[in-house]
Design a binder for this molecule. Structure first.
Ligand code: NZQ
Ligand code: ZN
Length: 388
């Protein structure tokens, strides 16, 4: 393990079919006014809204409803949430939904009392929080982002064509997260598999960096193997509790800072995917799936040893009698077969990207330094062309 680090994750998790039973006790730790954030209505159809409302009422809370958090939450919605939270002097924000609702709740939590424009401060200038933070809790209904146990909050600004994530510190992590795998059963298949790939890519973004013998990489390989195994079961039978529960747990550990310890980390697939999202508003996990193989094939020569290790340890490639290039390529082909098998979108044309957008998407892509190769603008355009 390289580097020096300290590790603490402040989010308390409640996992399993009975996990909502703990909501009452958690709410009792906070003041009387709770802002309930949710999306466009799935929680009303599947009954989660009624269950949560019953607990809020039984806990004597005054509930301020903030509905309509869209997938890829916008800066306009963020401003609206801040106004609502401030007018009602809310003590706590309860997010019930997927990554978008959790991210949004965190963004509101640091913006209600922010004296500057939060988009400018947190997303353009990347400054830290310097105001009072409203505490957040989550009831998760969609698996993928890891937002339930991390400090990330991604916001989209359509007029500026930018989708940007700010990774806040410990004080912004949810105070608790309730993870009931059964809540994910009603997800449409498209969202379910997009979430599976989001998880996988969170792991590879952290795995493809560094060359030392790192425990973080062994944990990452275990998480990837578990995800691939369970995803194959879940696409055939979305109501297989064992598979869905393993995937839910894997998603949380894929992006709660654990496997990044001692590593530089890459994140270029996410940077390109987010810029595509700013132009198309496409589903997050699908933007990642559509650019991953061209990106990984492009950087493979720079991190050849790790791509071989990936092939052998994650995809069971038999390396005997093969060159390193052959082993690495076979690993990526097996990954491609799995991606097609579970039904991911494999090109950006299907997500609404057109040739004339490519330069702008490349301009809007943050270039990170921690992977095996630092991309140039032209290389990003080339990868996007290969992803069409
Ligand atoms: O609007 P509702 O009714 O909630 O419907 C949602 C939405 O349409 C639906 N859904 C969620 N749970 C459901 C359900 N439908 C039926 N049954 C259920 N149980 O699914 C759709 C997608 O939900 P969303 O929350 O948008 O998906 P996801 O969890 O993938 O979140 C995506 C957002 O998270 C950001 C992404 O950029 C994107 O903005 N990310 C956040 C990260 C973080 N905090 O660390 C990291 C990620 O890389 C990602 O960037
Ligand atoms: Zn992601």
């Amino acid at each position: 393990m390289l580097g020096n680090f300290s590790y603490c994750n402040p989010t308390r998790l409640y996992f399993g079919e009975d996990s909502l039973n703990y909501l009452h006790d958690e709410l009792s730790k906070y003041g009387p006014t709770v802002m309930l954030c949710y999306g466009s209505g799935s929680i009303k159809k599947n009954g989660i809204y009624d269950q949560v409302m019953d607990i809020l009422k039984a806990s004597g809370k005054t509930v301020v409803e903030d509905a309509g958090v869209m997938p890829n939450p916008t800066v306009e919605k963020l401003y609206e949430g801040c106004r609502l939270a401030k007018e009602n002097n809310v003590d706590f924000i309860l997010a019930v939904g997927g990554g978008s609702v959790c991210d949004y709740a965190k963004a509101v939590s640091v913006s209600v009392y922010c004296e500057e424009d939060p988009w400018e401060k947190y997303y353009l200038k990347m400054e830290d929080v310097s105001c009072k933070i409203v505490p957040v809790g989550c009831v998760l209904t969609m698996v993928g982002t890891g937002s339930e146990m991390n400090g990330g909050a991604v916001i989209t600004n359509h007029s500026q064509k930018r989708k940007i994530g700010h990774v806040f510190g410990d004080q912004v992590f949810p105070k608790f997260a309730i993870l009931n795998p059964r809540y994910t059963f009603t997800l449409p298949k498209y969202q379910m598999v997009a979430g599976f790939y989001d998880i996988f890519n969170h792991i590879t973004e952290q795995y493809f960096s560094g060359e030392d013998d790192s425990t973080s990489d062994y944990i990452a390989e275990g998480l990837m193997r578990s995800l691939v195994h369970s995803s194959r079961i879940a696409v055939k039978n979305p109501e297989d509790y064992e598979a869905r529960s393993n995937i839910m747990w894997t998603a949380t550990w894929a992006l709660n800072t654990l496997i990044a310890q001692g590593k530089s980390t890459d994140w270029m697939v996410h940077m390109i995917g987010q810029s595509i999202g700013a132009y198309t508003d496409a589903t997050h996990g699908m933007t990642l799936a559509a650019v991953s193989l061209p990106y990984y094939r492009h950087i493979c020569p720079y991190g050849l040893k790790k791509f071989c290790r990936f092939a052998v340890n994650v995809w069971n490639v038999d390396a005997a009698g093969k060159t390193e290039e052959e082993v690495a390529a076979e690993g990526l082909s097996r990954m491609e077969s799995w991606m097609k098998e579970i039904g991911l979108v494999m090109n950006i044309t299907q997500l609404g990207v057109r040739e004339e957008m490519l330069e702008g998407i490349a301009d809007g892509t943050f270039i990170m330094q921690g992977g095996y190769h630092v991309l140039t603008h032209d290389e990003i355009v080339e990868i996007l062309k290969e992803s069409m």
